[in-house]
Design a protein around this ligand. Structure first.
Ligand SMILES: [Zn+2]
Ligand SMILES: [Zn+2]
Length: 350
């Protein structure tokens, strides 16, 4: 089968190439990939800024259809539409595994970085980590379940948004838009911040229901936040860009006793005014990808149509055009780029 492989560490490491088709074990399912989203992590992975074990088939944000189920698998059958959590290979013995915090397992191997992923025609995963895709969710949208689950971890499990809270979402990309959607589902009043070149992204945010968008590179953005929040500042700030200036703005725009939540991975140490956080009694939180509980929230929000994320799947390309997809992701063109190893499936799904 064809797959997009990180062949080695170092530059010029990505190849679209033949790989052996995976064979499911007794407890596994073999999944025919429908679409797999390109994530910022894939770009980091390509540049060795995120750990991986090459040679490895990349991609972790996918939707697919079961093509084969192992002998012991009872809850999935060929034809079932699925998505899967990413921490598919953990020790199951350590305290973190026992507590259901699989991302924290020291032996964790995640799909697309530690074990083979979704930029391929097929992938094999343990059936116990898959989720049935509820009816009414398009396969394209389903490929956004993984980033959505990560955001559900941040917003619903690692922070506490109450109805009427002012929620600052710093950034206007996919993660920020998803964060805004989930914060709004919790009753938050979202103020999204971005830069002047985020005009199109802001238009999408407005279309998807955010209360206010705010350029932080013109005018007096902090004064504007205070004006919007009755002089108090925001109850919560989700930092979704990874930029130091954005972290600083979040801290300034928060009300005393507010919550600061780091969603994006800065990728390097960034300055953070701990004195200001202390003087304002800011609670600092963050989240690392997603756990099973986060997926259950994500799928329920989608199934019950409490959020609108379909427009964020902004381009769909055949897997053969992965370089163009990576380019669009790097230059932040549109929102999520999906790659399809079987592009003919798109017509059938319409
Ligand atoms: Zn991702
Ligand atoms: Zn473990």
């Amino acid at each position: 089968m064809k797959a997009l492989v990180k062949t080695k560490l170092g530059p010029d490491c990505m190849r679209y190439m033949d790989m052996p088709e995976p064979v499911p074990g007794a407890d596994d399912i073999k999944v025919k990939i429908f679409a797999c989203g390109i994530c910022g992590t894939d770009i980091h992975l390509m540049h060795d800024e995120y750990p991986s074990k090459p040679p490895i088939i990349t991609g972790h944000e996918f939707s697919g259809v079961v093509s084969e189920a192992g002998a012991n698998v009872t809850d999935f059958k060929p034809g079932d539409r699925i998505v899967t959590l990413t921490a598919v290979d953990t020790c199951e013995e350590c305290e973190w595994c026992r507590q259901g915090l699989r991302m924290l397992c020291p032996a964790r191997k995640s799909v697309g970085s530690g074990c083979n992923g979704g930029f391929a025609e097929y992938v094999v995963i343990p059936a116990k980590h898959a989720f049935h895709l509820p009816d009414g969710i398009a396969m394209e949208t389903a490929a956004l379940c993984e980033p959505l689950a990560c955001v559900c971890r941040s917003v619903c499990e690692r922070a506490s948004v109450k109805a009427g809270d002012f929620v600052l979402v710093a950034g206007a990309g996919v993660m920020a838009q998803l964060t805004a959607q989930v914060a709004m589902a919790n009753g938050g009043v979202v103020i999204m911040t971005g830069l002047k070149n985020d005009a199109e992204r802001f238009a999408m945010a407005k279309r998807l229901g955010v209360f206010e968008t705010l350029y932080v590179d013109e005018g007096e953005p902090l004064a504007r936040v205070m004006e919007l929040t009755g002089g108090m500042g925001a109850q919560l700030a989700f930092e979704c860009s990874g930029a130091a200036a954005s972290a600083k703005f979040c801290l300034e725009a928060l009300m005393k006793t507010g919550q600061y939540i780091q969603v994006a991975i800065p990728g390097k140490p960034i300055p953070f005014d701990m004195d200001m956080a202390l003087y304002k009694e800011i609670t600092i939180s963050n989240s690392y990808a997603s756990e099973r509980t986060s997926w259950l929230i994500a799928l329920r929000l989608l199934e019950k149509k409490l959020i609108n994320i379909a427009p964020l799947a902004s381009s769909i390309l055949p897997l053969t055009e992965w370089e163009e997809g990576f380019r669009r992701t790097i230059v932040k063109e549109g929102f999520k780029v999906l790659l399809m190893p079987h592009p003919e499936d798109l017509k059938e799904s319409e």
